[in-house]
Ligand binder design. Structure first.
Ligand code: NAD
Ligand code: GDU
Length: 330
């Protein structure tokens, strides 16, 4: 039996592959390398370069590799890009997820884990946000993910498939052993951008809005270490294989940090006092987004091991230095 990891050459998927390898699972990755890197797929996992929408390829892969579970990370992830190109996002995230789920059902794959997002909540009225909160995505990205959640819900009712949809809050950090990290060149995520500013790769960091109704006026987010997130997937895989029923589960720590607090942490950990500008709000940013975490503990028995902002930043910084070294050598 093996686990099919779609998008396993990307940021989070490559950490998943490391954890599955470490757990002794047989792993096959399907990735079209649109934003991922073949070098990010650690052996002995196998990489197949191809598209999740290619049903002949996926069917063959599932059969050949005796896939019993799919962990589905592949997708397009940049919120503003989804506003500019909604149909591209619905194609890659929704239509191609449909094609993948169809292959899973027809080939008898029983377990499915899906990368969803806190973006399905839109602008939540209350924090922490529970899984029962109303779902009002405000971007095509969020809608494309919510539609996949709905397809999974309905498919699991009709067929012998159980699934866990994990709604990630803000994923950050890098593998503690320095084996992987976020390598996307155009990254927009706060911790990555701040670390790049600390290393002098960017002249400054801009804070998007300082007039939010929060204690210091900047947005609050729940930053989860990528390795803890991956551990939640391993727990979900165990849960599904033991016959657990389908669930939708938030992934976060239930703690919020403001943009200013994150910047302070990056300055403290790096020892660099990089320039920071205060700019206008970025459209579509909720003031605060913190995960309700009761369900993840109760259903998956998951507890955080890296709930420490300085640790997240230190791991992100080490990975960024590694990328600099790789670039210097090439
Ligand atoms: N990074 C975050 O903070 C965050 C937050 C919430 C949800 N997510 C979700 O987690 C998943 C992984 O995100 P990430 O940050 O690792 O992004 P990423 O861009 O690093 O990884 C996505 C991977 O999927 C591959 N891919 C994209 N479309 C494909 C297709 N049609 N066929 C095959 N491969 C394809 C890419 O090449 C890449 O390797 C995504 O589904 C994303 O929506 C991420
Ligand atoms: O240069 C920057 C970058 C970010 N921010 C601020 O930092 C906070 C975090 O921003 P990120 O871009 O790091 O993350 P988001 O909260 O916007 O995004 C998260 O939630 C999104 C959906 O809402 C997607 O799921 C995305 O992948 C996930 O990281 C926001 O208040 C943002 O305005 C800045 O001030 N300056």
């Amino acid at each position: 039996m093996s686990v099919l990891v779609t998008g396993g050459a990307g940021y989070i998927g490559s950490h998943m592959v490391l954890a599955l390898n470490d757990a002794g699972e047989d792993v096959v990755v399907l990735d079209n390398l649109s934003t991922g890197f073949s070098w990010a797929v650690a052996e002995p996992a196998k990489l197949v370069v191809g598209d999740i929408g290619d049903q002949a390829l996926v069917r063959d892969l599932i059969e050949r590799e005796k896939v019993d579970a799919i962990i589905h990370f592949a997708g397009s992830i940049v919120v503003p890009d989804s506003v500019a190109d909604p149909l591209g996002y619905y194609l890659n995230n929704t239509c191609k997820s449909r094609a993948l789920i169809d292959c899973a059902v027809n080939a008898g794959v029983k377990h499915f884990i899906f990368s969803s997002t806190a973006a399905v909540y839109g602008m939540p009225e209350e924090n922490p946000v529970s899984e029962e909160a109303s779902l009002n995505p405000i971007s095509p990205y969020g809608s494309s993910k919510l539609m996949t959640e709905m397809m999974l819900r309905d498919t699991a009712l009709a067929f012998d498939l159980n699934y866990v949809a994990l709604r990630y809050f803000n994923v950050a950090g890098a593998d503690g052993q320095g084996r992987s990290g976020q390598s996307t060149p155009r990254a927009t995520h706060l911790i990555k951008v701040a670390v790049q500013a600390a290393l002098g790769q960017r002249p400054k960091l801009e804070v998007f809005g300082t007039d939010y109704p929060t204690p210091d006026g900047t947005c609050i987010r729940d930053y989860i270490h990528v390795s803890d997130l991956v551990a939640a997937h391993l727990a979900a895989l165990r849960y599904l294989r033991e016959g657990g029923r389908s669930e939708v589960i938030n992934c976060g720590y239930g703690n919020g940090y403001s943009v200013f607090q994150v910047i302070e942490a990056v300055k403290r950990v790096s020892g660099v006092d990089f320039p920071v500008d205060q700019g206008p709000r970025r459209p579509g940013d909720p003031a605060a987004l913190v995960a309700g975490v009761e369900r993840i503990g109760k259903v998956l028995g998951w507890t955080p091991e890296r709930d420490d902002l300085d640790q997240i930043v230190a791991d992100a910084l080490r990975w960024e230095r590694h990328l600099e070294d790789m670039a210097a050598q090439s």
